[in-house]
Design a protein around this ligand. Structure first.
Ligand code: BTN
Length: 266
């Protein structure tokens, strides 16, 4: 279905793999990195994933109509990459997907459910799983992206897989469900890859622009939200993303910035 030659020619990826079926594109990307077998940036695409992974060790369910791939970013010098840059990668990736989806479909008004879920009308359209591998003085960053594009009948299929705990605590949706129009997966892939490359550059060259754009697209601003992180649960008003990439919450005990967790309306 995907045209490898076109993808090779139309992206700056120096290694492109298109698989009809894979367990997980992130697993394949991590394997390539560990085997030192690729030049970056690189793109691993699967038409179908049999064991897609989501955040917090959950499964990522995808089916006919999904776009599933991993982008391996250019290696970064670990010493130059500070904590702030690393915190901005999830939102920079989410912004790349939002821009690409809105450019390739009639969908608009996509929002970031911090840190990096993409929602529309409170329903989840895309999940992103970011993983890093240390390679001596460098770090390899894998950005795994699953977008519900042309999927039909999402809810019932998602319900079928609830037995093994789906990734998404919010109802899923797809570009097709929202617009009744089919979108070219290949064009969307190219659009996301192009924007990932430019967003990734901005993480270091102009981090403020990522924070500003994220705040324009952030869900729940001004609303009372619950943030569940590994060691605590916080309730507060969502104030937006701070300059250091954390989520700023106004709680009963003062203003708190959180750096990991999941958000939902309280
Ligand atoms: C989440 O919302 O929990 C993140 C889901 C990420 C899914 C994508 S699909 C492509 C890549 N390969 C994987 O195994 N996972 C990511």
């Amino acid at each position: 279905m995907f045209d490898a030659t076109r993808i090779n020619e139309s992206t700056n990826a120096r290694h492109v793999e298109i698989h009809q079926q894979l367990d997980s594109t992130n697993d394949r990307a991590l394997q390539l990195i560990r085997q030192n077998e690729i030049s970056t940036p690189a793109l691993v695409v699967a038409e179908h994933q049999t064991a897609g992974r989501g955040q917090r060790d959950r499964k990522w369910w995808s089916d006919e109509g999904s776009l599933t791939f991993s982008w391996i970013a250019p290696l970064v010098d670990t010493a130059k990459y500070n904590k702030k840059s690393i915190r901005l990668i999830p939102i920079a990736s989410a912004l790349a997907v939002i821009d690409a989806v809105e450019s390739q479909s009639e969908l608009s008004g996509l929002k970031i459910k911090w840190p990096n879920d993409i929602i529309v009308s409170s329903r989840k359209l895309c999940g992103i799983l970011i993983e890093t591998v240390s390679l001596g003085s460098d770090t390899a960053v894998v950005i795994g992206i699953g977008i519900n594009v042309n999927n039909e009948d999402l809810s019932s299929r998602q319900l079928d897989s609830l037995g093994d705990r789906t990734t998404s605590p919010v109802e899923p949706t797809s570009v097709f469900v929202e617009t009744s129009r089919k979108t070219s997966l290949e064009n969307l892939l190219l659009a996301v890859a192009e924007r990932l490359a430019s967003q990734f550059d901005l993480v270091n060259s102009n981090p403020g622009s990522i924070v500003d754009r994220c705040n324009e697209r952030l869900a729940f601003v001004g609303q009372t939200i619950k943030v569940v992180s590994p060691n605590r649960i916080l309730l507060g008003t969502c104030e937006g993303i701070g300059t250091d990439g954390g989520l700023v919450l106004k709680t009963r005990n003062g203003v708190v910035t959180v750096y990991s967790g999941t958000t939902s309306v309280a």
